[in-house]
Design a protein around this ligand. Sequence first.
Ligand code: AMP
Ligand code: ZN
Length: 138
Amino acid sequence: MRDNTCIFCKIANGEIPSATVYEDETFRAILDLNPASKGHTIILPKDHYKDVCDLGETAAQKILPTAARIGKAMKKSLGCTGFNLVQNNGVSAGQTVFHFHMHVIPRYEGGPAMVSWEQQASNPEELQKTAEQIRQEL
Ligand code: AMP
Ligand code: ZN
C-alpha cells in the first residue's frame, strides 16, 4: 500500500525522479541526496511501511540479500573496501523520513570506518537485568 503524502512512496514508484541504482518489483534503491560517502544508497520498498516493525514479509525477506548485492557492486564499481548497513527506527534513533529504508554506505581506505556511537561501561548484573527486561516482552 502506498501513502500519497509520502515523498519516498513517490520516489520509489518513479513519480519523482532519482538517481536510481537498482529497481525490482519490491524496491527502488537510490543515491542519498546528502551522502555520508560517495555512492551512499538508500533502498526504498515500493510499498509504504513506516519502519522495520511495520515491514511486509516479502520486503523483509529480500532486504538483506538486496543490500548485500548492492554493497558487492559498490566494491567492484567504486573501489570501496567495505560498507555499512544502517537502518533507523524512530525519531530518537535518527529516523527523519518515516518510510522504511536501509542505508548502504560505502567505506573507503583511510576514511571514517563506521557510523559511530559513544561506548559506555557496563556491569554483569545490569546486563543480566536489562536482558531479562527485553526477554519478558518477546
Ligand atoms: P533517515 O535519517 O534514516 O530517516 O534517513 C533519511 C535519508 O534520506 C537521509 O540520509 C537523507 O539525506 C535522505 N533523503 C531525504 N530526502 C531525500 C530525497 N528526496 N532523495 C534522496 N535522499 C533523500
Ligand atoms: Zn511511503
